[in-house]
Design a binder for this molecule. Structure first.
Ligand SMILES: *Cc1c(COP(=O)(O)O)cnc(C)c1O
Length: 235
């Protein structure tokens, strides 16, 4: 059995290899370890192997883990990202616990996060989630609607707009996949041109990490390749 430490090293090597292949520097690509459904013992192993940024999809599960590690010395250095679909009635827990929310896709959620962010905490970093290729999905806004939402978010004092996030649907045809990822990068570069503090394009998971890095991603969200397959069956 491979350890989490070995898995993390493999993923870091994949990021470095692909970055070099694309004439990018590996430091441009942040590795977010997606720990949803995984126990704190596995997260602790990843921390021991040097990982600091973690992504969680379910609000209460994420808050429980944040609070678990906050009580430990190593907890202070961690950076928690909320990456799941966000319902209005859960926004307060996200605003009060996470450093980032990657799934802002409507003004109402942004306003709630802004109102609920405690003034004692740093600004909440947010990404706008784009629905780039999956018409079935209810998450994310279409690209055409993004500039107006970005303008509204930039005006909210407790939020810091950092960029864009997408979960492209799996594409069988490689040129089609590259076209979708390239559309995201074009939108990201245009947004960064307009708002210089924008620096994050979050795309790429275990199965499309290399293609996403080639297309300009600055943050890959990796679960399976680090922690193994997830088991959703009832305990
Ligand atoms: C689960 C999840 C991931 C990680 O997916 P893997 O295929 O396990 O790497 C990344 N991003 C989001 C939004 C997720 O929900």
């Amino acid at each position: 059995m491979r350890t989490i430490q070995q898995n993390l090293q493999d993923v870091r090597n994949r990021i470095a290899t692909m970055s070099q292949y694309c004439a990018r520097v590996p430091e441009e690509v942040t590795l977010l370890a997606v720990s949803k459904t995984k126990p704190v013992a596995m997260i602790a192993e990843a921390i021991a192997a040097g990982q600091r940024a973690f992504g969680e999809n379910y609000v209460q599960e994420g808050v429980d883990k944040i609070q678990h590690f906050a009580a430990l010395p190593e907890g202070t250095a961690l950076e928690w990202h909320f990456i799941g679909p966000l319902q209005s009635n859960k926004s307060r827990l996200v605003a009060e616990n996470f450093a980032w929310c990657q799934t802002v896709d409507r003004l109402r959620i942004a306003e709630r996060l802004n109102d609920q962010r405690p003034s004692t905490m740093a600004l909440l970093n947010v990404l706008i989630q784009i629905n780039i290729s999956d018409e079935q999905s209810k998450s994310g806004i279409v690209l055409d609607a993004m500039p107006a939402l970005a303008e509204a978010i930039v005006a909210l004092p407790n939020l810091m707009l950092r960029g864009l996030m997408a979960i492209p649907s799996p594409e069988v045809v490689y040129p089609r996949k590259l076209a979708v990822l390239g559309q995201m990068n074009d939108a990201f570069l245009a947004l960064r041109q307009r708002y210089p503090r924008v620096d994050t394009l979050s795309m790429g998971m275990t199965d499309d990490m290399e293609a996403a890095i080639a297309a300009g991603s600055t943050m890959v969200r990796i679960g399976t390749a680090i922690f193994g397959h997830r088991d959703y069956s009832p305990a």
